[in-house]
Design a protein around this ligand. Structure first.
Ligand SMILES: C[S@@+](CC[C@H](N)C(=O)[O-])C[C@H]1O[C@@H](n2cnc3c(N)ncnc32)[C@H](O)[C@@H]1O
Length: 299
């Protein structure tokens, strides 16, 4: 069931990881991220477009100390602290009422209503594992803060190491160990912005890695051309851009060809082993939008 060149040691790492055993990622997803890391190496500082609550794939793919997460929907510190305070029940207590269900609440017994909420929570939070990304309606239903807390718990963070702050941006710090490595301090800055505005932000002038996947409409040809043209100027030599597939498979080839054209002067396409894509497709069977990456390296 595997592609030809799958590194078996990555599969055993996946099977021994909290991330898989806690149900956040499947074995193939974990292997896919680590295979990219083996190929491109570590990056201390990563700018992640349309991050939502998605941390695990960035940590496994790039092993950064710092992540600058750009999103139009950023967490609020008070709500984040409240969510983190409910650490023990963050993945089990449906204390946040899905608003579409409020309508049916008055027509049901409390027990039936509670069953619906529990089932909605289970289904929504398992979508991240089943499709490889956070769905926008699930983020909105449970709140970005709660989804971030869920993600931190499932990657195995010790809550005693967590610190939040809100200076220029809401920030979370925590200790986390990349597979088979020592614990390291990680810091995530949540920057409320449209991804297309980042090239105007003076903070982002020294980028060694830009990462963006499952970003809804952000990679349509027009948006993508504008963003990549700007990014190509602010990425360091030897820096990389990793991009996920669009939601529309018919559009993918067009977007990819166009991205290559925009970047061709100063970047080279990264030649990633297709065995891992085959492995994912044979075992995972979900649209590539949730997980597949392609990339470019600056000359
Ligand atoms: C489907 S979610 C995926 C989140 C995350 N990338 C993942 O893989 O789980 C898409 C995210 O893109 C964000 N988004 C959509 N359009 C955006 C834009 N123009 N600029 C910044 N963020 C955007 C949404 O707020 C949402 O958090």
């Amino acid at each position: 069931m595997k592609g030809n060149n799958i590194d078996e040691s990555l599969i055993s790492k996946a099977r021994n990881s909290d991330i898989v055993n806690n149900g956040l990622l499947s074995v193939p997803q974990f292997v896919y991220c680590l295979a990219w890391n083996l190929h491109v190496g570590d990056f201390d500082k990563v700018v992640a477009g349309a991050i939502g609550p998605g941390l695990v794939d960035i940590l496994l793919t790039l092993n950064p100390y710092e992540i600058y997460g750009i999103d139009i929907n950023s967490p609020n510190k008070e709500r984040l602290d409240e969510a983190l305070a409910k650490w023990d029940v963050i993945d089990s207590d449906p204390d946040c009422l899905p608003h579409e269900d409020l309508i049916i609440k008055n027509h049901m017994s409390p027990e039936s209503y509670s069953n619906i909420l529990n089932e909605t929570l289970r289904r929504d939070f398992s979508h991240r594992r089943e499709c490889g990304y956070w769905r926008i309606d699930n983020i909105h239903r449970w709140s970005i803060e709660r989804c971030i807390a869920f993600e931190l718990k499932k990657i195995g963070v010790n809550p005693n190491t967590l610190r939040t702050s809100d200076n220029d941006y809401v920030t979370i710090e925590f200790d986390w160990a990349f597979p088979d490595e020592e614990m390291k301090r990680r810091k995530v800055y949540f920057v409320p912005s449209k991804i297309h505005d980042i090239t105007d932000n003076k903070m982002f002038t020294d980028i060694s890695c830009y990462y963006e996947k499952s970003s809804m409409d952000c990679t349509t040809p027009f948006d993508s051309r504008r963003l990549l043209a700007g990014l190509s100027d602010i990425i360091n030599p030897n820096g990389i851009i990793l991009i996920g597939r669009t939601e529309n498979p018919d559009e993918d080839a067009e977007v990819e060809a166009m991205n290559s054209k925009v970047l061709e002067k100063s970047f080279k396409r990264i030649d990633f082993d297709y065995s891992y894509t085959i492995y994912m497709e044979r075992t995972f069977r979900k649209p590539r939008y949730g997980w597949e990456l392609y990339g470019f390296k600056k000359n």
